[in-house]
Design a protein. Structure first.
Lengths: 377, 183
């Protein structure tokens, strides 16, 4: 007979623990952001429709410029910790280290102009079609189209990465629009290639029985199929997206965003092996992209837990730390690398990694399991 | 501020970089996703719908985050959303199972690796018994006996009175004792 509040049952219920780690958090955060953006776009479309109807039924559009003229310039204050600027419209400039400096040049109802004079800063800009938001770095102008992005001064120019939305980067002699997930060194004539040559470095990952070759992935498909794949994958309908992908591998272009969508479609529809070539391509070609560490980590998890290839998994986790040594996945990647090395029978490597983990994260969440992999007990 | 006026921002101190926005969505997600997932898992008794639940909770939270005036209330607010969303999922699952469109869960899987086979069996038995309860009674029983919440906290999370919580707990207990499956 089952006794719901007996000690035996209570003891058993204490063993219900959620298997939740940093990678699962990051994965879900990314998917949640996608879903929020999608809803936002739907709302914008509905709002646009309503506005159109309102105009059509006689609401005078002339009122709008009047309202805009009456608008006040947003106020700007330094945040309480002294690490950034906060504008009254909700936009933020967030300095990334103590040395960085931002100057406010212009703040009016129609324009916010900032100058990054030293270091690096992130900008989270609330879209407002009535005013421009620009960041100047020497002769380079980053014009915001409603977004979150980072600008870093370099010896001869600037490095720009876009997390959300779009920016337009202008420099004497050129201009380029960067979309979400894209990065670039500017001016472009001094830019160095971001992609690491294939096979370079100690942590080369060989494609492990890829189902799709790079040529197949890159083969162009009909625009309608491509649009359908993207629509399905971004809506989280992975099984259907994977069916489109399997029928026409060329629906995926060579950009990091499409490769990540393809990897998601494959692994989340129950085809982990088919996800690996896409993740490997992100890691090889887009090492400077914000998605690269997560791609390497996901690759490691698939190789370790789903495909039973711990040696390759250990190399993938090592790449996470190599790409972004102090990133949010670093500690978890180190622990998993130790686990993968242990499972692959690489005892010395596992022990070394476990020692490194204990030294670097003495109160780390995975300390106990890492000690086991290092065979400390 | 007029055009041409320059404000130079020079940060002071060696404090670690903190997000400017006190309730930044990404930070809230990273800090509380595991908590939301833990509540969801304990109420649902299955892991396969957990990612979707966590995303739904934070999507709903995203809409109200800017209106939350008291950062200290964030955790219980998230718990309320989680419970509400989990109840919806449980009700949907019951309907699907009624029509044979969802397979029964293997509840033993939610026990951690350190559980003995007997403890796994107890966990599975407990959740099979909970399937027989109305959803609201199941939620308060889990919050009380699995999550270990106080009656006051459960009342707050479930947005009901303490006496309602006590009544649901009594009913749940009675049903579990009378109609529990045999091992």
């Amino acid at each position: 007979m089952f006794e719901p509040t007996s000690e035996k049952v209570e003891e058993a219920l204490r063993h219900i623990q959620v298997q939740w780690d940093v990678a699962r958090t990051e994965d879900n955060l990314r998917l949640a952001r996608q879903r929020i953006r999608r809803r936002g776009r739907t709302r914008v479309a509905v709002a646009a429709l309503l506005l159109g109807v309102a105009i059509a039924t006689g609401v005078s559009y002339r009122l709008l410029p009047g309202v805009r003229e009456a608008g006040k310039a947003p106020s700007v204050v330094q945040d309480s910790l002294g690490h950034g600027l906060r504008f009254s419209d909700g936009s933020l400039a967030h300095l990334l280290d103590d040395r960085s400096q931002v100057e406010v040049a212009v703040v009016t109802a129609r324009a916010i102009d900032l100058r990054l004079t030293v270091g690096r800063s992130e900008f989270d800009v609330v879209p407002d079609p009535g005013r421009t938001f620009t960041v100047h770095v020497d002769g380079i102008v980053v014009r915001v189209l409603g977004t979150r992005f980072r600008v870093e001064r370099e010896d001869r120019g600037a490095y720009v990465s876009v997390y959300r939305g779009k920016v337009e980067v202008r420099w004497p002699g050129g201009a380029r629009v960067l979309a979400e997930g894209q990065t670039g060194h500017f001016p472009e004539e001094i830019a160095e290639p971001q992609a690491s040559p294939e096979g370079e470095g100690p942590h080369k990952i060989e494609p492990a029985a890829p189902v799709l070759s790079a040529a197949e992935i890159s083969r162009p498909a009909a625009p309608a199929s491509r649009a359908r794949f993207r629509a399905l994958a971004t809506r989280g309908r992975y099984a259907e997206a994977y069916r489109v992908l399997a029928g026409a591998p060329g629906v995926v272009d060579s950009g990091a965003e499409d490769l990540m969508l393809a990897a998601d479609a494959a692994r989340l529809s129950g085809h982990p092996a088919e996800a690996t070539p896409y993740l490997e391509r992100i890691v090889r070609k887009y090492r400077g992209d914000v998605r690269a560490p997560l791609a390497a980590f996901t690759l490691g998890r698939i190789l370790l837990y789903q495909l039973g290839r711990p040696g390759e998994a250990a190399d993938a986790f090592a790449l996470v730390r190599k790409i972004l040594p102090e990133g949010p996945l670093s500690s978890d990647a180190l622990a998993r690398e130790a686990e993968a090395a242990d499972r692959a029978g690489q005892r010395e490597r596992a022990r070394g990694l476990a020692e490194a983990y204990v030294a670097k994260y003495p109160s780390g969440r995975r300390l106990e399991s890492v000690r086991r992999y290092g065979q400390f007990e | 501020m007029r055009s041409g006026i320059h404000l130079r921002l020079i940060p002071g101190g060696q404090a670690p970089i903190a997000p400017v926005e006190p309730l930044d969505f990404d930070r809230v997600f990273r800090e509380h996703a595991a908590y939301v997932a833990a509540i969801g898992l304990k109420i649902m008794g299955r892991d396969d719908d957990l990612d979707d639940l966590v995303q739904e909770v934070f999507i709903e939270a995203h809409r109200g985050l800017g209106r939350l005036r008291e950062p200290g209330a964030l955790k219980s607010w998230l718990a309320r959303i989680t419970v509400r969303r989990t109840i919806r999922k449980l009700r949907r699952t019951r309907v699907l199972m009624l029509f044979g469109l969802d397979a029964p869960s293997d509840y033993a899987e939610i026990a951690d690796v350190s559980a003995t086979s007997d403890e796994r069996a107890q966990v599975a038995l407990a959740y099979r018994s909970l399937e027989r309860l109305p959803v609201a009674e199941r939620v308060v029983w889990v919050l009380r006996h699995v999550e270990g919440e106080s009656l006051d906290d459960i009342a707050q999370i479930c947005a009901c009175s303490k006496s309602t919580v006590q009544r649901w707990l009594r009913l749940a207990q009675k049903t579990l004792e009378q109609r529990a499956p045999h091992v």
